[in-house]
Design a protein around this ligand. Structure first.
Ligand SMILES: [Cu+2]
Length: 180
């Protein structure tokens, strides 16, 4: 009897010790990368001196001029180098979604009910703006989803189910996040 009690005590003691040593598993992080290849010369001429800070190697063909970007979108074949990767993300509830902008210009990572157009009509390939994007940066809800070049934004608290995120500037940049 005494021996059994001692064994039980030992097991309980071990469990307490394990619980004490092992901190709560840190919340996991899933990363999404925002990409673009804006051509600094043409973008900054049109929009402002610091808009595009890309390290794209334009002379080697790794950049898209602002004219090309609009022309491709108008033709219904938007430039695939403007992209969120991956396109579909499966995560567990509680996972933080981290969006890092490795491109040269700002993007937004905006949750929408359904994918659609953004707030720059010339980039919408004929699609109507979705209500979540329509007001552009006049809408604080949109402005706060900006991801500035070189920075990372964290998105937490996603409920179980399917979430749709898109860029409100370049609406073909889309991610489906499935939370299990
Ligand atoms: Cu974008």
């Amino acid at each position: 009897m005494k021996r059994t009690l001692m064994k039980i005590g030992l097991v309980v003691g071990c469990l307490v010790l394990v619980a004490a040593i092992q901190p709560d598993a840190p919340p996991s992080v899933a990363q999404i990368v925002a990409l673009d290849e804006c051509d600094p010369t043409s973008f900054n001429l049109a929009i402002g001196p610091d808009f595009c800070k890309n390290v794209a190697l334009a002379p080697l063909g790794y950049a898209t001029t602002i004219q090309d970007l609009f022309d491709k979108a108008a033709a219904g074949t938007p430039d695939p180098k403007w992209d969120f990767e991956p396109d579909v993300l499966s995560i567990k509830k509680g996972t933080t979604v981290s969006v890092v902008d490795q491109g040269g210009e700002p993007h937004t990572f905006t949750e929408v009910e359904q994918f659609g157009g953004g707030f720059i009509p010339g980039l919408n390939s004929g699609q109507s703006p979705v209500p979540e994007c329509a007001a552009g940066f006049n809408d604080i809800a949109v402005a706060k989803t900006r991801v500035i070049q070189g920075s990372t934004s964290l998105f937490t608290g996603l409920s179980r189910g399917t979430h749709y995120f898109q860029c409100c500037l370049h609406p073909w940049m889309r991610v489906k996040v499935e939370v299990k």
